[in-house]
Structure formats: structure tokens, C-alpha cells
Design a protein around this ligand. Structure first.
Ligand SMILES: [Zn+2]
Length: 103
């Protein structure tokens, strides 16, 4: 991903947002982010999910899907807490970035 340093926080927020709504897994989140124009491969997403798990924002569990093990992630209480704060930050930033175009 070009300019990854800039966008990686947005990607994490995106992941957290979806994990707060439903269980997510690597491949689906790669496709979902691709829909939003983020070109991310497993080599980026899996370590990112793992790092977010270690940070205490996501909880992982193994599911058996059609005979295959799949590692799914959901947001923890702590993840939901930071998401709530981040949502306000995003709104502030959004308002500031787009206020000139508001009218
Ligand atoms: Zn999305």
C-alpha cells in the first residue's frame, strides 16, 4: 500500500468498526478494504489483526467453516471504548476537512 504510514490508522479504525458489528476474518476484511480502495495483502492484514488482538482491542477465536478452521475476530469492550472515542475524533477531523465545502 502506498503511503501506508498515513493510512494505517484509518485501516485499523475500519477493522475495529467492522469487528464491533460482526465477527470478521482476514480474507473478508481484505476484500472489504479493497472495496474502499485499500490494496492490502495478507502479509499486512494478518499481522495488523494480530497486533490489534495483542493490544486488547480484538478477541480471536477459531471457527470451523466448511471443514476448515477460520480465525475470526470481534471487538472487545476495550476495543469498543476506543472506537467510541475515535468516532468523535473522526467526526471532528471530517468537519474540519470538509467545512469549506459544507455550503
Ligand atoms: Zn467498511
Amino acid at each position: 500500500m502506498r503511503n501506508q504510514e498515513l493510512y494505517i490508522g484509518l485501516v485499523r479504525l475500519h477493522v475495529l468498526h467492522h469487528a464491533a458489528q460482526e465477527p470478521i476474518f482476514g480474507l473478508a476484511i481484505i476484500q472489504e478494504l479493497g472495496r474502499h480502495g485499500y490494496r492490502l495483502g495478507p502479509g499486512t492484514i494478518y499481522p495488523l489483526l494480530h497486533a490489534m488482538e495483542k493490544r486488547g482491542w480484538l478477541r480471536a477465536r477459531q471457527l470451523l467453516v466448511e471443514g476448515r478452521r477460520r480465525r475470526v475476530y470481534t471487538a472487545t469492550a476495550s476495543g469498543r471504548r476506543v472506537l467510541k472515542i475515535a468516532r468523535q475524533q473522526v467526526r471532528q477531523l471530517y468537519d474540519e476537512m470538509f467545512e469549506d465545502n459544507a455550503g
